[in-house]
Design a protein around this ligand. Structure first.
Ligand SMILES: C[S@@+](CC[C@H](N)C(=O)[O-])C[C@H]1O[C@@H](n2cnc3c(N)ncnc32)[C@H](O)[C@@H]1O
Length: 240
């Protein structure tokens, strides 16, 4: 299992000291001045995409959930490989009594629970090691927790020469890649589109600075289609 074998900097770096400065440094400074994607843009994506039965994958400090979850949220799930992130976020949104799952999403998830109606995967893809094809496998792993037709949304920092990536952003990205905090050197917009297309319908991608803010609906696989019961007889629709 990955989680016992090698702790990735992409999740191992988040100890309680880092989490204390995360909102200021990552969401306040880096998004605005390096990636040129103000946190407000992502907050808006959360606000329009969250359902009342939501799961957040890669929770960090819990900032977006704390600011965007509506009072009438019925169920909220949290998935992360890092227990410090899970406990900080659980505490921050304890008013919603979250379900927490410790899991390295590079492995098939061993989580027995009802599927959720929406899922956020925000600032996680760029930290996963490997090519976009390998990240596609990870996406397949987490999507098991989302019902067919449910909405997946999030954002990821791309490394794509066609995007607005200034010198400061390139330098910071290089440093993060060197230390394994990011692994996004082959994450182009075309590669992202390809991966999202494999799993989702109705895809929307907004590029803001060098960040892709995306969403789409989980495709129904034939296996899952088998479990759908039709509420009315299909014969009702046959031509007379
Ligand atoms: C950059 S933070 C993003 C936090 C939050 N989603 C946000 O947008 O502010 C990445 C989060 O993903 C988690 N993470 C990274 N790699 C992971 C993996 N392989 N399995 C599970 N969680 C992972 C980290 O522990 C961290 O909580």
């Amino acid at each position: 299992m990955h989680i016992n074998e090698h702790k990735l900097p992409a999740f191992n770096i988040y100890n309680s000291q880092i989490l204390q400065v995360y909102d200021f440094w990552v969401l306040g400074m880096t998004n605005l001045f390096f990636w040129k994607c103000p946190t407000r843009v992502i907050t808006e994506k959360f606000e329009i995409s969250l359902s009342k039965n939501h799961i957040d994958v890669g929770v960090g400090s819990g900032y977006f959930l704390d600011h965007c979850l509506k009072k009438d949220t019925c169920r909220i799930g949290l998935v992360d490989a890092n227990k410090t992130c899970l406990s900080a976020t659980s505490k921050r949104i304890k008013r919603f009594r979250p379900e927490t799952y410790v899991a390295d999403i590079r492995d098939p998830l061993n989580v027995e629970t009802e599927q959720f109606d929406s899922m956020s995967l925000n600032f996680v893809l760029h930290g996963l090691p490997g090519t976009m094809d390998e990240k596609s496998v990870v996406l397949g792993n987490v999507l098991k927790l989302l019902r067919p037709g449910g909405k997946l949304f999030g954002s990821t920092v791309l490394c794509d020469s066609s995007l607005d990536t200034g010198v400061a952003a390139k330098t910071l990205m290089k440093i993060y890649n060197k230390f394994g905090i990011y692994s996004n050197q082959s994450d182009t917009l075309n590669e992202l589109k390809k991966v999202l297309n494999e799993h989702l319908d109705y895809i929307e991608i907004d590029i803001v600075g060098c960040v892709a803010v995306f969403s789409g609906s989980k495709k129904s696989t034939s296996l899952e289609m088998d479990n759908i019961r039709f509420p009315v007889s299909p014969f009702l629709f046959s031509e007379q």
